[in-house]
Design a protein around this ligand. Sequence first.
Ligand code: FAD
Length: 404
Amino acid sequence: EPTVVIVGAGQAGAECAIALRQQGFDGRIVLLGDEGHLPYRRPPLSKAFLSGKSSQDALYIKSESAWDDLAIDCRPDIGVEAIDRGSRTLHLFDGTRIAYDKLVLATGGRTRTLSVPGAEHPNVFCIRTIDDVLALQEEFVPGRRLVIVGGGYIGLEVAAVAVEKGLATTVVEAEARVLPRVGCDLLCDFFAEAHRRRGVELRLGTGVHAFEGEERAEAVVLADGTRLPADLVVVGIGIVPNTELAAAAGLDVSDGIVVDAQTRTSDPDIHAIGDCSYHANAFYGRSMRLESVPNAMEQGRVAAAVLAGKPAEHRAVPWFWSDQYDLKLQMVGLARDAERQVLRGSPEDGAFMVFHMAGDRAIAADAVNRPQEFALARRLVGERIPVQDAQLADTAVALKDLLA
Ligand code: FAD
């Protein structure tokens, strides 16, 4: 009976295993993870789980018995040390081996660390895993002074939870604006203002020089010399894809494990999916690495279909969301090639959209508290439907009428 082994029991690996069964694959499926937790969803880690509104149980994608029912051998406490492609065998950290016919790498990424003095202090935290949040929660107490390094979506989500909980919260961002990697000026200004209004202090355009203190970080010293006293620090400056296993096995690796639109690596028996993959996207006709749940799930499904012998390719338009306070941000498409922006609705009302235009097409769209219109915007972008700026800007024109 053929064996598919999936390395990495995260969002992509779990979806791939489930989708394999849905596709009718009846061979053996082994899902290996190294966190000691059954597969879980990471987005709540910086939102409802951090705030205490959601329990740890609610994070898990399936219960232990549900994995058993699918005949998926889910072993979340066994890391993979090496791939022997010649004998199609994995060497596990517990000293055992496991043979595969097809291998799926879903190893995700690890948090990027700051290489400044004091970064190793015990009150300097990051947020990637359940265990990271459990450690942080002990110090995440009202009245404490929290400095967040990084004004990306994770840093801002943590800031929103923290200030609502009563921590004195400062965000330090090296770039001149928050959400520097993803947002346009309008969106970045809107979120900066939303945080300031609720009491978050923003320090933009300056990096971190050091964490001062003997046994704990007691202050964050910025590149411009400012000294911010701190009881705890959260660093959210992005991730590094886990590509070492693939590279050591001789697979092609660039900014991620290189795969085609069928999720195949340079070895046709090995696939790679999710945050760790530098993948071809057939919609764009080029390759990219993405860090998002929709991408992890979509690639998991494509890999499963291909492994089950069905035609499939990855051509999904990327989309993403972030929740901060009562603000739901949703983004679709790649805005970087946009020629101009069109605003629909008004930021003052706290509900609006920004369309990123190239020629007579919207190539990307951002929505704040506009979930229904966002669903339609995904189709506008994904189906490359021609539209006029004036129609998008006019809230009296229903987006669904533009799709017809
Ligand atoms: P991961 O979920 O990282 O899973 C990879 C797994 O592989 C890990 O458990 C890792 O330990 C394991 N592994 C690695 N190497 C080995 C090995 N050698 N042997 C065995 N196991 C190994 N995305 C959104 O779309 N919306 C959001 O709102 C959002 N919020 C987020 C908030 C936080 C705090 C974080 C951390 C992420 C958030 N994301 C969000 C991103 C999203 O969670 C990731 O894109 C997604 O988890 C990627 O799934 P993955 O399976 O590729 O990787």
